[in-house]
Write a protein of this length. Structure first.
Length: 362
C-alpha cells in the first residue's frame, strides 16, 4: 500500500497549461478517479504520477519520498494504458512474465507470479494463447495482469476500458474494484465517463482546463457540486438562467424564495428533484417527450419561454406528450459567477410561490 501526494504540480506544453497547479493526496488503498472532459489534463497528470511526463513545476511524493525526478521503472507505480500494446510475437504468459524476467526473478517465481496475476484477472489457463486469439476485453485483462504481476504499490490506469463495449466495461470495472480490495492497491483511474467514476471511485477529482475543480466522495460531488461546471458535468441537471429580485429567484417561469443579493443567478435542479403536477389549461410547461425506462419516466418539458427542462417521475404518473404540467422543485441549488451560493435541504417540499420561506446558503 502507498500514499501518493501531488504538490502544486504543473505541466505546460508551449502556451498550453495542460496541468495547472494541482495538489491532491491519494490515501493508502484508495481509488481516486480523475474525471473531466477531453483535454482537461487528466492523462498528463496521470503520466506525471507514473514518471512518463516531466512536471514543469511542483513535486510528487510516494510514502513521503520525493519521486519527482525518478524514472518510471524505478517508481513503485504500474501503468495500464488505453491501448494495451501487447507483444504479438509472445503468448499471454510471455507477455505477463516479461517484466519479471527483466527483473531477473527466479524461473519458478516468475511462473508462480505470472499464473497468480492471470488468475486475478480471470484468465487462468489462457497462458499459451496468442494475443490475437483473444477478444478486446481479454487483451485488456492481459494488460492489467502485466501491470499487476510487478506488484505495484500504486496502479495508474488511463481509460483502460474505453475501447470496450458498455457491458464488458461494467464487468471489468467490478473486477478492478475487487482486485483493488483484495490486493489493497492504491489506484488512480482516468476516465471521461461519469458513470464509471461514480461506480468505481472512493473519491472523484473533477478536472477542468488543467485545474482541479472539485474533489470529493461521489455522493458529495453529485449532491453538492461546488461549481456550475461540476453541476452540469455530473449526472443530469437543469441549469436555468435567472435573476434574483426582492428575495425571489425567477428562472424560466419558476419562482423560488432565496435570501440572496439581487442580480443574475443560475438555478440548478436535478430531474429527480422535480415534482410535476397536472396544470389546468395551458398554464405551466408543456410535456414534449416521455421516455419510459421501466423504473421511472423521463419527462422532457418546454417552459412557456421555450426552454427545455427534464424531470423524472414514477411510471404510474402516466405523463404523455402534449399534457401541461406545473413544475415544483423539491430541492435545488443556485450558482452565481459559476460558484455555488445556495443549496436547499433535501426534500424540503417547497410550495410555489411561497415567498415567506427563506433559503439559507449551505
Ligand atoms: P485529457 O487526458 O483530459 O484528455 P490531456 O492531459 O491529454 O487531457 O491534455 C491536456 C492538454 O494538453 C490538451 O490541451 C492537450 O492538447 C495538451 N497536450 C497533452 N499532451 C501534449 C503534448 N505531448 N504536446 C502538446 N500538447 C499536449
Amino acid at each position: 500500500m502507498a500514499k501518493l501526494e501531488i504538490r502544486n504540480l504543473s505541466r505546460a506544453f508551449g502556451s498550453t497549461r495542460a496541468v495547472d497547479d494541482v495538489s491532491l493526496t491519494v490515501a493508502d488503498g484508495e481509488l481516486v478517479c480523475l474525471l473531466g472532459p477531453s483535454g482537461s489534463g487528466k492523462s498528463t497528470l496521470l503520466r506525471m504520477m507514473g514518471g512518463f511526463e516531466r512536471p514543469s513545476a511542483g513535486s510528487i511524493f510516494i510514502d513521503g519520498q520525493d519521486v519527482t525526478e525518478i524514472p518510471p521503472e524505478r517508481r513503485p507505480t504500474g501503468m495500464v494504458f488505453q491501448s494495451h500494446a501487447l507483444w504479438t510475437h509472445m503468448d499471454v504468459f510471455g507477455n505477463v512474465a516479461f517484466g519479471l524476467k527483466l527483473r531477473r526473478q527466479a524461473r519458478h517465481e516468475i511462473q508462480r507470479r505470472a499464473e497468480a496475476a492471470l488468475e486475478m484477472v480471470g484468465l487462468a489457463g489462457y497462458g499459451k494463447r496468442r494475443p490475437n486469439e483473444l477478444s478486446g476485453g481479454q487483451q485488456q485483462r492481459v494488460a492489467l495482469a502485466r501491470s499487476l504481476v510487478l506488484e505495484p504499490k500504486i496502479l495508474l490506469l488511463d481509460e483502460p476500458f474505453a475501447s470496450l463495449d458498455q457491458h464488458l466495461r461494467e464487468r471489468l470495472r467490478e473486477e478492478v474494484r475487487d482486485i483493488q480490495h483484495r490486493a489493497g492497491i492504491t489506484m488512480v483511474f482516468v476516465t471521461h465517463g461519469q458513470d464509471e467514476a461514480l461506480a468505481l471511485a472512493d473519491r472523484i477529482a473533477i478536472m477542468r482546463d488543467g485545474r482541479l475543480e472539485q474533489i470529493g466522495r461521489p455522493d458529495t460531488i453529485y449532491r453538492q457540486p461546488k461549481t456550475e461546471f461540476v453541476a452540469g458535468f455530473i449526472g443530469q441537471m437543469n441549469l436555468l438562467a435567472g435573476e434574483v429580485r426582492q428575495g425571489t429567484l425567477a428562472a424560466s417561469g419558476i419562482s423560488l424564495p432565496v435570501s440572496l443579493d439581487e442580480g443574475l443567478a443560475t438555478l440548478a435542479i436535478r430531474p429527480e428533484d422535480i415534482s410535476l403536477q397536472k396544470a389546468i389549461g395551458e398554464d405551466g410547461a408543456v410535456v414534449h417527450r416521455v421516455t419510459d425506462f421501466g423504473t421511472h419516466l423521463s419527462v422532457e418539458l418546454r417552459t412557456l419561454q421555450g426552454l427545455r427542462l427534464k424531470a423524472m417521475t414514477e411510471p404510474a404518473q402516466g405523463w404523455v406528450a402534449g399534457m401541461y404540467a406545473s413544475v415544483h422543485p423539491r430541492k435545488f441549488s443556485v450558482y452565481r459567477d459559476g460558484r455555488l451560493c445556495a443549496l436547499t435541504a433535501q426534500t424540503s417540499g417547497i410550495e410555489l410561490p411561497a415567498k415567506s420561506q427563506q433559503l439559507e446558503p449551505a
